[in-house]
Write a protein that binds this ligand. Structure first.
Ligand SMILES: [Zn+2]
Length: 277
């Protein structure tokens, strides 16, 4: 599923491509993405509005409309977004197609039923998705200080993989970047967050910030499934930079040890047994 660097890349793309455009018509050919309101309601609240800035709350995108409402797009694990010309054939899994008065379309696609699209007031959004009121640190929203991060680790008393995967601690980190951040810090998944030395906390902090920003600079990671692409349909370049994720059996770039794969807490994790302690 797309994680923070991928969704942030899409947010930046979206802001560049659709901000300032006015919605002409909205088609909802799909059945799974629009469930919080009827297709008609979605269309009538969108049509005629002008799109403004694009915010991100965790992994959810919210496009400001000049009506004061928000177009909310949650990709889930399977949703995708594309800009398209109106002439391009509509892909089978197109859920929503937004046409602009200046020409061109924004298409929202999903073949896995996890995408969630709706128009909401800011209050409706918070009511509909209560976790938005409890989101944790967001490294792209504002710089996190090392001290704030260290306090969080001390308070949580959880395994590192659980802290990193908890959106009320730090937003948007899934399986790929959990493994990458921990490798960068030289720490194992099962280490307890409140038992790190201050040097280890600093290493984890630095790795978290650097890993996510590097990945965003490379426009995200497209995995072997090819699912994630940017708004133009291009793959992210960060896949070739991954240090451990899906590299089991290969040499660790840092210590030449062999990258291992193990099942921990119900999912596969990748790590280097030699340089992660
Ligand atoms: Zn290693």
């Amino acid at each position: 599923m797309p994680e923070l660097p991928e969704v942030e890349t899409l947010r930046r793309d979206l802001e560049r491509e659709v901000s300032g455009k006015r919605v002409k018509t909205v088609d909802v050919p799909g059945r799974t993405a629009v469930t919080r309101q009827t297709k008609k309601q979605l269309a009538s609240r969108l049509e005629g509005t002008k799109l403004g800035s694009v915010a991100r709350r965790g992994l959810m995108l919210a496009v400001k409309l000049d009506s004061g409402e928000l177009l909310v797009i949650d990709l889930g694990g399977t949703g995708r977004m594309r800009k398209a010309s109106a002439r391009e054939a509509m892909a089978k899994d197109t859920q929503v197609a937004v046409s602009f008065t200046q020409g061109g379309q924004l298409r929202l696609l999903d073949d896995g039923g996890e995408m969630d699209v709706w128009v909401a007031t800011p209050e409706e959004l918070l009511e509909g998705v209560p976790i938005l009121g409890e989101l944790g640190l967001d490294p792209f929203d504002e710089p996190i200080s090392c001290t704030t991060f260290a306090h969080l680790l001390l308070r949580r008393r959880m395994k590192l993989r659980q802290v990193l995967g908890d959106p009320t601690a730090v937003v948007g980190i899934g399986p790929v970047y959990t493994d990458e951040i921990l490798h960068g810090a030289g720490l194992r998944h099962e280490r307890m967050s409140n038992e790190l030395s201050s040097q280890e906390m600093r290493r984890l902090y630095r790795s978290l910030v650097e890993t996510l920003h590097e990945a965003a600079k490379h426009r995200g990671t497209t995995l072997a499934d090819g699912r994630y692409t940017d708004l133009a349909g291009k793959r992210g370049d960060h896949g070739s930079e991954l240090q451990v994720y899906e590299r089991d059996g290969k040499a660790c770039y840092r210590c030449r040890g062999v990258v291992a794969k193990a099942r921990i807490g119900g999912r596969q994790v990748y790590f280097c047994p030699s340089c992660q302690t």
